[in-house]
Design a binder for this molecule. Structure first.
Ligand SMILES: Cc1cc2nc3c(=O)[nH]c(=O)nc-3n(C[C@H](O)[C@H](O)[C@H](O)COP(=O)(O)O)c2cc1C
Length: 384
């Protein structure tokens, strides 16, 4: 296993979050950190994640340990990618650049949101093809189809259809703090900006981030995104020649149906707890869906990954790949590009350390056999 530098900035998610909170204007921090409603869903998922107990195993030669993982016949040297997140440029005026460079240099998937502040074409170029495109369908299906065509023409091979935002979830903390798109300079926001001069000057120089994939008024953030249905998925499957991933599934019936529609992967995700406070815990649903879907379709997992042990737990419960969201943004907010790279290195390193404790040398060998105890009911064992 690689040695890990002691002299660095990022030591844990919580520490990065603490620094991000200090450096960002309050309304931006609340946009990233906030969750839906009472935020119970996000907290419960984190609590389950923490309570899962792994089974340590000794006297195993782990010299050849590797955290690489293969998905869709592609080998990634790091076992996770970056989930799609809109408006990352609010965190740093260079955030999209850092993420794209990360994709290029580490060869990990960077998912580019429909509502990114950099165009999908530019992302592809900067990441040298290490990006996946994430589609939101807003009020105009024809516009969405054009976006898919643009992605295909650019060279994208992976398309993620996000289905868990039929309507934008209410995140009270961002509302209270005054976060609005388009950006509005109210007296409260002005004061918040004045208290964070470094952020404000950077945004004055670069200009407030704007949508990169469409003109300013073509997408109303608070408007509905609930016009697509199963027929749309079928049509998308018929037209998209690359891998199709359906993101935002927390329901066994939907998972089975999505697999039967020929999707290549299901992304089990609670959208970071940002859509439904009463959601079932995504980490529990990963376990349940794995039992039902077996190996008919790949399973990608996100929501609540905060350290390497969480990554190992997700793989042990049946994930074929993992994505992280807020850890990347908190790290950028705390220490810009070096923060992002250090966070990614830290999570990768911790994944290896955890595997060493379990006596496992390959991510693909992780299974329910590595789990000692689950905090939720489990009647059936996977056939891994
Ligand atoms: C600030 C922010 C913006 C997001 N924007 C999008 C988006 O545009 N499209 C999407 O599919 N998911 C979006 N998500 C959800 C993430 O893709 C992912 O599901 C979630 O962040 C994972 O949970 P985690 O933050 O606990 O790691 C966003 C999440 C955050 C925190």
């Amino acid at each position: 296993m690689e040695t890990f530098p002691g002299n660095r900035h990022i030591y844990s998610y919580n520490e990065a979050r603490r620094i991000a909170k200090r450096k960002l204007p309050h309304f931006i921090f609340e946009y990233i950190d906030g969750s839906a409603g009472s935020e119970f869903g996000e907290k419960k998922n984190r609590s389950y994640m923490t309570q899962i107990e792994l089974k340590p195993k000794g006297l195993i030669n782990i010299q050849d340990i590797s955290t690489s993982q293969t998905l869709f016949k592609e080998k990634f040297t790091i076992p996770f990618g970056i989930a799609p997140m809109g408006m990352c440029q609010f965190v740093s005026t260079n955030a999209d650049n850092y993420l794209a460079c990360l994709g290029k240099e580490k060869k990990i998937p960077i998912c580019v949101s429909t509502v990114a502040s950099t165009s999908l074409e530019r992302y592809w170029e900067l990441s040298e093809g290490n990006s996946w495109f994430q589609l939101y369908v807003h009020s105009d299906i024809e516009f969405a189809k054009k976006l898919v065509q643009r992605a295909a023409d650019t060279g994208y091979k992976k398309l993620i259809l996000t289905i868990d935002v039929p309507a934008l979830g209410r995140r009270p903390r961002e509302e209270i703090a005054g976060f609005k798109v388009p950006f509005r300079l109210t007296p409260k926001i002005f004061l918040d900006c004045a208290l964070h001069p470094r952020w404000s000057i950077a945004n004055l120089i670069s200009g407030i981030p704007q949508p990169g994939n469409f003109s300013k008024n073509a997408f109303d953030r608070s408007g509905g995104r609930g016009i697509i249905d199963w027929d749309f998925l079928k049509e998308l499957r018929d037209t998209w020649k690359g891998e199709l991933i359906v993101k935002g599934i927390l329901n066994i019936d939907d998972a089975v149906k999505v697999a039967s529609y020929g999707s290549d992967a299901i992304q089990i995700s609670g959208h970071g707890g940002r859509q439904l406070a009463s959601m079932p815990s995504p980490i529990e649903m990963l376990y349940q869906i794995k039992n039902e879907v077996k190996n008919k379709c790949k399973l990608i997992f996100d929501t609540g990954i905060r350290n390497g042990e969480d990554i190992v737990k997700a793989y042990s419960l049946g994930a074929d790949f993992v994505m992280i969201g807020r850890p990347a943004l908190m790290a950028i907010a705390a220490y810009e590009k070096k923060g992002l790279y250090e966070m990614v290195n830290l999570l990768n390193h911790e994944s290896g350390l955890t595997m060493a404790q379990l006596g496992e040398i390959k991510i693909s060998n992780l299974s329910m056999n590595n789990i000692y105890k689950l905090p939720f009911d489990c009647e059936k064992e996977h056939e891994n």
